[in-house]
Design a protein around this ligand. Structure first.
Ligand SMILES: Nc1ncnc2c1ncn2[C@@H]1O[C@H](COP(=O)(O)OP(=O)(O)OP(=O)(O)O)[C@@H](O)[C@H]1O
Length: 379
């Protein structure tokens, strides 16, 4: 798929604004907005295109107004996630295009609200395919200067194919809103599950860890660094499997190390705090923080004061509660290594004894998992 590039700003989804990286505040509590899609449906005047075939396709965008075309697919069956990593894109030249708009979807209940828009359950009318439709308001994207971030999120996420990465099927937009057609994650937010139960048992934590490690390995093989791995950015799929979402901070990693980072404070690796530049191993560090938070219910370097969080991360002084098993502690301590080069690899994570002992044997076959949500388990 293509999305208007920075150079095409006269015809941008959100035109006339700059594309600097926004100042995203690390926060657990989302601000709510007050809008209802049902009384704001477009009248079909805007007709973006999404190709029908099941593979994602790419084409260049040519627009003369605030409208745009995009070529991505909504699967025609109810199986929304591919179990294999597919090629990133293919030519769409010979593929017939269908023009899409909000009228092509039956809009269902509100699934949730983010800072910049609302997410609704939706059904594509012809195929009856269930999706999540994320509605973002252009003026808010503009106000918060995050058009660039959205564009990057779309470009990166729409090309990723992994059972533990939330699919982004496509997008379209009208004068006021941008609509993202996303895989529906029936289990909802991992963070909410964690809040409900306080901490996960080892089976759940190890299963999720294995899935995330495998998905990150896939991302890194495509030179994509997620940069914001945390429970808030993980959803849970229909089989109880993890779905990594929110690629708003992800980047295509260049060969050399990058020096900017905008992830969440408590998950920042020391090399980022010290502005030494970072690479894919930043996600490996974050995975260590995540496992700790899964098992303990809070991150290891937490503090009310920002400067203390930085200090704790740099000191790398982790206090492991006695509830953490020796094997889990071993894995976390191999991930939370200050020197990025000394961190365990994702392959080693996948083969670590703690994972082998506790992860569900079919962790990497999500559609067969049928795991209950953590809050439905007896602890
Ligand atoms: N694909 C999905 N399937 C099911 N529920 C979803 C899906 N995407 C989002 N949601 C729900 O909608 C809520 C809002 O999602 P959204 O992506 O707008 O914001 P967010 O990622 O939670 O926060 P932020 O605004 O910081 O990005 C989520 O917290 C989740 O509960």
């Amino acid at each position: 798929m293509s999305y208007p590039s920075n150079k095409e700003n006269s015809n941008n989804v959100v035109s006339g604004s700059s594309y600097s990286v926004p100042n995203k505040q690390p926060q657990r509590v989302l601000q709510q907005q007050n809008t209802n899609i049902s009384n704001q449906q477009t009248n079909g005047a805007v007709k973006p295109t999404i190709t029908k075939p099941t593979t994602t396709t790419s084409t260049s965008t040519s627009t003369s107004t605030s409208t745009s075309t995009s070529t991505t697919s909504v699967p025609s069956s109810s199986s929304s996630s591919s179990s294999t990593a597919a090629s990133s894109s293919s030519s769409s030249q010979s593929v017939p295009k269908k023009k899409w708009c909000i009228d092509d979807f039956d809009i269902g209940k509100l699934l949730g609200m983010g800072r910049f828009g609302h997410v609704y359950l939706a059904r594509e009318k012809k195929s009856q395919f269930i999706v999540a439709l994320k509605v973002l308001f252009k003026n808010q994207l503009q106000t918060h200067n995050i058009e660039h971030q959205l564009r990057r999120e779309i470009e990166i996420q729409s090309h990723l194919r992994h059972p533990n990465i939330l699919r982004l099927f496509g997008y379209f937009y009208d004068d006021k809103r941008v609509f993202l057609i996303i895989e529906f994650a029936k289990g909802g937010e991992c963070f909410k599950e964690l809040q409900k139960v306080g901490s996960f048992n080892e089976a759940t934590a190890a299963t999720y860890t294995l899935q995330i490690a495998d998905a990150l390995r896939y991302c890194h093989s495509k030179h994509v660094i997620h940069r914001d791995i945390k429970p808030e950015n993980l959803l849970i799929g229909v089989g109880g499997e993890i779905k990594i979402a929110d690629f708003g901070w992800s980047v295509h990693a260049p060969n050399s190390k990058r020096s900017t980072f905008c992830g969440t404070l408590e998950y920042l690796p020391p090399e980022v705090i010290e502005k030494k530049g970072y690479d894919q191993t930043a996600d490996v560090w974050s995975l260590g923080i995540l496992i700790f938070e899964f098992l303990v219910g809070r991150s290891p370097f937490t503090s009310d004061e920002e400067k203390n969080i930085f200090h704790n991360i740099q000191e790398n002084d982790v206090y492991y509660p006695s509830s953490i098993s020796l094997e889990a502690k071993d894995l976390i301590s191999r991930l939370l290594v200050s020197d990025p080069n000394q961190r365990i690899t994702l392959k080693e994570v996948i083969n670590h004894p703690w994972i082998k002992k506790h992860a569900h044997p079919k962790s990497l076959e999500p559609t067969k998992l049928g795991l209950p949500l953590p809050s439905q388990m007896t602890y």
